[in-house]
Design a protein. Sequence first.
Lengths: 284, 367
Amino acid sequence: MTPKALLGRLPLHVFLLVFAFVWVIPTLGLLITSFRTPGDIVGSGWWTTIPRLFDVGQFTLDNYRAVLTQEGLGTAFRNSIFISVPATAISVIVASLAAYGFACLGFVGRKPLFVLVVALMVVPLQMTFIPILPVYRWLRLGGTYPGIWLAHTAYGLPLTTFLMHSFMAGLPKDLFDSASIDGAGPLTTFWRIVMPISVPAVASVFIFQFLWIWNDLLVALVYVGGTPDVAPLTVAVANLVTNRGQNWELLTAAAFITMALPLVVFFALQRYFVRGILAGSVKG
Amino acid sequence: MAEVKLREVSKLFGSFTAVNDVTLEAEDGEFVVLVGPSGCGKTTTLRMVAGLEDITTGDIYIGERLVNDVPPKDRDIAMVFQNYALYPHMDVYNNMAFGLKLRKIAKKEIERRVREAAELLGIQDKLRSKPRELSGGQRQRVALGRAIVRDPKVFLFDEPLSNLDAKLRVRMRAELSELHDRLKTTTVYVTHDQTEAMTLGHRVAVMKDGLVQQYEAPQTIYDHPANMFVAGFIGSPAMNFLDARVEEENGQLYVKGKGFKLAIAADKATDEVKAYAGKEVVMGIRPEDVRTPEMMHQPREEMQFPARVRVREPLGDEQIVYADCAGDDVVAKLDPHLPIEHGQDITLEAVTERMHLFDKETEKAIV
């Protein structure tokens, strides 16, 4: 870039930096507070630590120890993983299969069926609790992992199917013809051709769905809220707010534990994330 | 090795007839080209042979076997697509080996066949490359290789050269021709490019609106087009079509238009033409059969007509002259050294031995 062009973009970069900084401040405050003793938190603002940030002695890991053990966040963290990872994997696989069917296989009524599936996006999930809960009780699915996997998969499918479909519909049809001449049936084509090509789309849908499930409170509360052995972090943190609303040191530590995994996932997969959103809409 | 036979094959999409009652036969080892403008049904015909489209009516045979209801993978065919349709996540080796792996062929045998095909196509050093790392010509070779390793009874090509630039296209055309000479596999080749059709095909089927207009050797099609469409489609620049009337004077047949009256050569003056005496026809004459008297050993006045030069395109080995003959456009391929200028009045001579006459209503060839 020429110096002139760089200068022209300077206002934009300043604006973005300011924006990013403003956005990061609360997170930074949360992080620092979670490492301070209750006395320090009440005594002075978190920003007062910044001039002597490298004075490690002022910080403590006790808060994390406390929430992970005494407050049961350790179990909840494990539960969150047990819920999010399988539920996300199941939705992505089912959505990919469904999208493949809608996009690449010719069968009677696929258009109206696809419209129906996508139209389900407009149904507020709160509306579904009352009819579904009796069924769950009858099937004894309430308070179990399979139960919440099923719930999350079902609620996510309209959007995930739609996203996967828009990607797969953009794949050249010749590829499928070529595979069928090569002797691949629909399932072989799916696993050996379509899925490997769809990695960017799968990754982005995976992130979407994972973040949604990880951050979900409502569905977790309704389907497994009464079972601490299964309840995820969001439910545990919500309970913590109710029970220990004054203990900022615990709340901030709990909040940061909740944020940690999504951050890791996002940073690990972010290049897919951006590419995946573009995939299907832009050719190439 | 096998022949391909289509018997009265039709394909309807809703109420639209894409392919209409096509009967074609490609003999064992023959290279057959389907050519026509876009939407003429040539690709649909090919896809029906491949089994990628259902047949509405009719029968398709590969070898002695009726394949109407045989899925593509069991037809023992291999197809090369216009955009190559390589699997983007597999390297060249696996692209070529994929079909063999699915057929549970022994690993050693797969390796042998892939190496052989790669060598034949000159891509042996690219076996570990992904398709996106290859140039257009190399991708085309991989697509060919994928077909070759299968050692099928029939090759099907769907406009395989149309994505290549002009220079590469000419080279690949020659390579395809050479490849066919070596492998001698029955081939059905679809293209909209008449040069490809003429150069590659043992026989060419010219199609329009789902119908086969003519199915013969390329030279026969060029010399004796069955109708005005074929006459105009094959050959570049296209054949001149001039409205005219057949007239008889003292036993000699003439074809008379707005700006010309030409004697019909004796071997063209058949009974069929005589029957058209006094009737409207369309005279067709190829640009290379329109000359100037200077180019003829024995100029014949009764075959000459005046014209005014509108545009002149010198091409080095020839010059294309677009002239106006009493309101009719005439294109002539002339000697490049003739001093011809824009706006000049010239005399042209038609080689009426090579003239074509078409019925004005049916557009079918009279002679």
